[in-house]
Write a protein that binds this ligand. Structure first.
Ligand code: NAD
Ligand code: MG
Length: 387
């Protein structure tokens, strides 16, 4: 029996994970569920999954959460705020933490889980992009485990199983990217938030959907892969694969390429991470090879989607540059979703921040939070100039 804290329970990843958990009663128990502001949805999930604790990020909504739990006849304890988030990530009765908060906002509870030696199922890619060095060190020092949920990294984890350190040291990673909703749309001048969020293959939260439309999502994933698998930028490639059937690949020195395939449904990587090293039913549709048709591949167009090259630039610069990239992207995407910044100005805004702010390396998490906050100020000024 595994006992789980699920950070970001009301989101796209959170609800998919709870769907997998509910398929295996007796195998998983929910200790805590968290959400930022939707108290009603959180109370409903906490009651349905018999959670012991529910944490709402927004402290003003704790009363609403408590009332909603009581109305459902649930004994679940209501809490709120950042300290409660970190505490449920570190609770002694918990062995597994799913980090599924969106953005750098998830960093502190994710780090707390790593520092207390939990099995960390990582969906919150912004946390590892910002704080890869601190997060990987915390996992090593506390003796925890890290299992990637992001479908590409989950695929690579599966393809690397059975290889030794020497073979991994010579392998090359190939991350696949669908290309997003604008792969074949040339005029992006008037793109609306709803158009950017209409992903052809995946249903996801709005922030990652915009990142997929700019290809920044793939850029963040290149940085994520570099930390997770100890790979330099030169050995991580990206290829556009519009069907999203191959979730990523590993090439070994003898020329063999291993790939992981599956229907585009996050319940597959979630089930893998939840059950590892076992395998459990996920609820995802099976691939039907007789109906699949062609699987195609092409090079990414970096002139149309420069965000991918910004990520390689940040990775090569090292230090806290990836945290600056992430902060600038979060600010620009939020401005786009709030219709304060045109879609085509997202990339120039981020590039301006990278040009203007080259941070000192961050030795501690406080250094990193300071850099994140300065980068956000710089990005807010850039948004105003590009609006
Ligand atoms: P989402 O927007 O659907 O859900 C985000 C969750 O985080 C919600 O429960 C929300 O309440 C919570 N949250 C938001 N802001 C918060 C804050 N400031 N403090 C505490 N909690 C907060 O997002 P999602 O699509 O589920 O993505 C979650 C993470 O997983 C992201 O990092 C994303 O990049 C990654 N991811 C998502 C998918 C996917 O298919 N959705 C795939 C791969 C990776
Ligand atoms: Mg992904």
């Amino acid at each position: 029996m595994r006992t789980i804290t699920l950070l970001g329970a009301t989101g796209s990843i959170g609800t998919s994970a709870l769907d997998v958990v509910a398929r295996h009663p007796g195998r998983y128990r929910i200790h805590a569920l968290t959400a930022q502001s939707n108290a009603a949805a959180l109370a409903e999930l906490a009651a349905r999954h018999d959670a012991s604790v529910a944490v709402i990020g927004d402290v003003r909504r704790e009363g609403e959460l408590r009332d909603a739990l009581r109305a459902r006849g649930s004994n679940c304890v209501a809490r709120s705020g950042p300290t409660a988030l970190a505490e449920v990530a570190q609770a002694p009765e918990v062995d597994t933490v799913l980090a599924a908060i969106v953005g750098a906002a998830g960093l502190m509870p994710t780090l707390a889980a790593a520092q207390s030696g939990k099995r960390l199922l990582l969906a919150n890619k912004e946390a590892i992009v910002c704080a890869g060095s601190l997060l990987m060190a915390a996992i090593r020092e506390a003796g925890g485990e890290l299992l990637p949920v992001d479908s590409e990294h989950n695929a690579i984890h599966q393809c690397l199983a059975g290889s030794n350190d020497e073979q991994r040291g010579q392998a090359r990673l190939v991350l696949t990217a669908s290309g997003g909703p604008f792969l074949n749309r040339l005029d992006l001048a008037g793109v609306t938030p709803d158009e950017a969020c209409a992903h052809p293959n995946w249903v996801m939260g709005r922030k990652i959907s915009v990142d997929s439309a700019t290809l920044m999502n793939k850029g963040l994933e290149v940085i994520e892969a570099s930390w997770l698998f100890g790979m330099p930028a030169e050995r991580i490639d990206v290829v556009i694969h519009p069907q999203s059937v191959i979730h990523s690949m590993v090439e070994f020195p003898d020329g063999s390429v291993l790939a992981q395939l599956g229907s585009p449904d996050m319940r597959t990587p979630l089930a893998y991470a939840l059950a590892w090293p076992d395998r459990v039913e996920s609820g995802a549709n099976r691939l039907d090879f007789k109906r699949l048709g062609a699987l195609t591949f092409e090079a990414p167009d970096l002139a149309r989607f420069p965000c991918l090259s910004f990520a390689y630039r940040a990775l090569r610069a090292g230090g806290a540059t990836s945290a600056v990239l992430n902060a600038a992207n979060e600010v620009a995407v939020e401005a786009f979703l709030e219709r304060r910044l045109p879609f085509i100005r997202i990339a120039p805004t981020i590039e301006q921040v990278l040009d203007e702010y080259q941070p000192e390396p961050a030795a501690t998490v406080d250094d990193l939070l300071e850099i994140d906050s300065l980068a956000r100020e710089c990005a807010a000024r850039a948004v105003a100039e590009h609006a």
